[in-house]
Design a protein around this ligand. Sequence first.
Ligand SMILES: [Zn+2]
Length: 427
Amino acid sequence: MLFMVDFGFRVQAKDKKTKARVGEIMTPHGIIQTPAFVPVGTQGAVKSLTPEEIRECGTQLFFVNTYHTYLRPGLDVIKKFGGLHQFMGWDGPIITDSGGFQVFSLGRRGKGAEVADENLDPSSVSGSRFHGLDTKKKMKPDKILSAPRAIASLVKISDEGAEFRSHWDGTKHFFTPEKAMEYQWVLGSDIHIAFDDCTPYGLTHEKARISMDRTHRWAARSLSANAKIKMQNAKLGKPYQALYGSVQGSIYEDLRKESAKFISTLDFDGIAIGGVSVGETKKEMVDVLDWVVPLLPVEKPRHLLGVGEIDDIFALVARGMDTFDCVQPTRLARVGCVYINAASRKWEMDITKKACAEDIRPIEEGCECYACQHFSRAYIHHLFRVKELLAYRLATIHNIHFINSLMEDIRRAIEDGSLLDLTKQWL
Ligand SMILES: [Zn+2]
């Protein structure tokens, strides 16, 4: 393992007609070519795939949830291995979140709000980012592979932090900005995120302001706690872990702009935009990017939390985002929904449908993924029908490869000035 760099980012090319940019994020575990898609391994694994397969699909950066790994297997176990890289057998860059999103999602459960984390409750799945799919029906197979139904949970938020009950066993836990930093250093992620107050969709302006102000106070506390651990770990010769600040402010222009300005003034290595993909419309999500991104420092990398449908990808890239994580490609794969490059704007094909039963073609002609190189639609259709585990693996491999290869095309298009042409071909 080489620890040649701490952390760095450089913009290599800019699109003249949009705010899109191509760049490189340097981390102790490797370089990330941006813009890049980041698959989510919620519980320390991209469901059903080995790290080698994840890499072969073109993945450069792996997203792991602090909340889930904190509860299971627990930080003591991960500490014994010296961090997530060794525990998971993944030697590439890892990004972890602060845990805030899951904690606050728990608090919103049962109040009619959407829960975008399937692992908190497999039967409750975000709808806003799954148009065109009979999501509830389609998500049923996930119950087999996912966590048990969550038990009733309680979250108490104060300025000090957030107290919550584990969705596994009801035990009480307390997350603070300081603890979120400590935990993520134990995880050893290359990029970690400041503890933030993640608000649900539909919050009043007044409540959104209270929450945003809290996020800002927590950002400052995260930074100062992080600085202390960073110094101690540097003395021990441990690899650098970059810290991103999180911009909040719900769907309100004044708050989002205020938050973007405030977080930009702090000494973070990069900026994450949070509080999206919580039930807002696509237009509202794009508005948030239009307000926020122009106010962010150009020299710092930007990560968008939890967004990544095909049309979202073009929108977020054109607005200057560098990385984004999304569960959708893997979640869809497990219910038999595979990506295809269709001119009809329908990029998802249900391979479990009868139409695929005798189809000798691969999922996508010309796709270089392992699934398309070796198997037909008919075979994968059959695997789904008989619930063979290989079905989930092949569909997941294809979907991750598909998005990663789209990102490669996007990077190339930004470099040669043809991003708008590529966008037209797809949208
Ligand atoms: Zn494929």
